[in-house]
Design a binder for this molecule. Sequence first.
Ligand code: HEM
Length: 122
Amino acid sequence: MTLYEQLGGTPEINKIVTLFYQNVVADPLLAPLFPEDITPVMEKQGQFLTQFFGGPPLYTSVHGHPRMRARHLPFEITKGRADAWLSCMRRALEERVPDASLRESVLERLSHTAYFFINTEG
Ligand code: HEM
């Protein structure tokens, strides 16, 4: 069973994403990177995580090849920001996903990607 199925599909992923960005815009390290209107970012993240976790390719069908590391290069991503990003996601998952081992699998998967996006020292 894919992480997508275990999480409950796109509707549940979108709920996690909404909570996640509430945490992001309240985080002093992350908030300055994001536009005032976070809604389009939320929508793209829901599409991306759907396919990243093994569901249908919603992001690619609308926006083309993700090239996610390249898309993040304009932003200074430090180890501290990657940790903050993962902490925002951990707290969102704790609110929506009761199964602790599922939460850990999701965070494990995301942490590889988050650390891979680090492009700035400090
Ligand atoms: C490591 C820490 C990370 C930081 C600081 C970060 C920051 C950002 C920022 C600033 C944007 C652009 C918002 C905008 O102006 O539109 C963005 C977009 C996005 N990020 Fe991240 N991000 C991080 C990690 C991740 C990870 C781990 C994923 C997925 C596994 C991810 C997925 C996305 C997606 C799907 C978008 C929208 C891309 C698009 O515009 O098409 N990010 N991120």
